[in-house]
Design a protein around this ligand. Sequence first.
Ligand code: UFG
Length: 324
Amino acid sequence: MKVLVCGGAGYIGSHMVRHLAAYGHEVVVFDNLSTGHREAADAATLVVGDLLDPASLASLFASHRFDAVMHFCALSLVGVSMNEPYLYYRNNVAGTLNLLQAMRVAGVAKLVFSSTAAVFGNPETELIDENHPTRPINPYGASKLMVERILADAAHAYGLRSVTLRYFNAAGADLSGEVGESHEPETHLIPNVLRAALGGGATLKVFGDDYVTRDGTCVRDYIHVNDLASAHLKGIEFMADHDGAHVFNLGNGQGFTVLEVIEAARCVTGVDITFERAPRRAGDPPVLVASSGKARNLLGWVPVFTDVAAIVESAWRWHQRPRY
Ligand code: UFG
């Protein structure tokens, strides 16, 4: 198969590229390198371009005949999206419409789309399945939900097949050491905990210790990036004999508090990681845990990294020797 990976130089996209290459697929990456890294895409042909530039998309689709598209390009910082909603809607919604239009013109009818647990807003149940109400509380989550709606409409109108994967907390790194998580600024918990273990950086902050959870800190469902990648490939296989727009939640189905993650990192690194307690971060729901039964049943997806310590350990290998 020849697969276009939009955003393939980013954190999750770069793991996808390696996964596709390992299964013998031909991969072209389209990325504007705004947050991605050129080295992260070196298992693929890299085309530098922007979804907001329809001419560069037209030339991309004129130069290649793709069997399917995976779409990882997005701005994804919840806090920034609150202050810069136009930026988020333009990139995440208008950019995706440009991609969908280019696919339609080129006759490419299969898409795997990266969505997020942020579409649920403040959840009503601890375990979140696909039927849980979607009421995003920030422009980032709203922008992803808008695209989900567009994909449902496109299935009816144009016969576009799509699989939308709502990630819970993507974490970890490939064990090869060739790709990993490298964001600047870094807002995610596990990289910040590991930076603290390495020392020399800013003090680790725990945002909020007065939530109604077992130790007062937020509970999240951490899922390894390689497990996310395997779900995408299964998504493409699923579309071979399923038309329509399909949505799946992806997580391990088990929640860990911020303090439990820090404890796991202490065990993995052998460093007595210190932190300070800080006020709650705006927009953080107390508990987000996925029910991924649908992905397991319909896609045949089975996550490999089910232990949070193993996920942290894979990230630790990367953070000790990052390639970029
Ligand atoms: N946290 C800290 N200190 C840090 C970083 C994070 O205490 O330095 C806490 C957060 O407050 C939160 C938990 O650790 O309680 C996890 O935070 P992350 O930033 O790692 O991840 P989020 O749960 O905020 O983000 C994830 C996805 C987003 C998605 C969001 C939906 O990464 O794409 O869930 O709420 F939008």
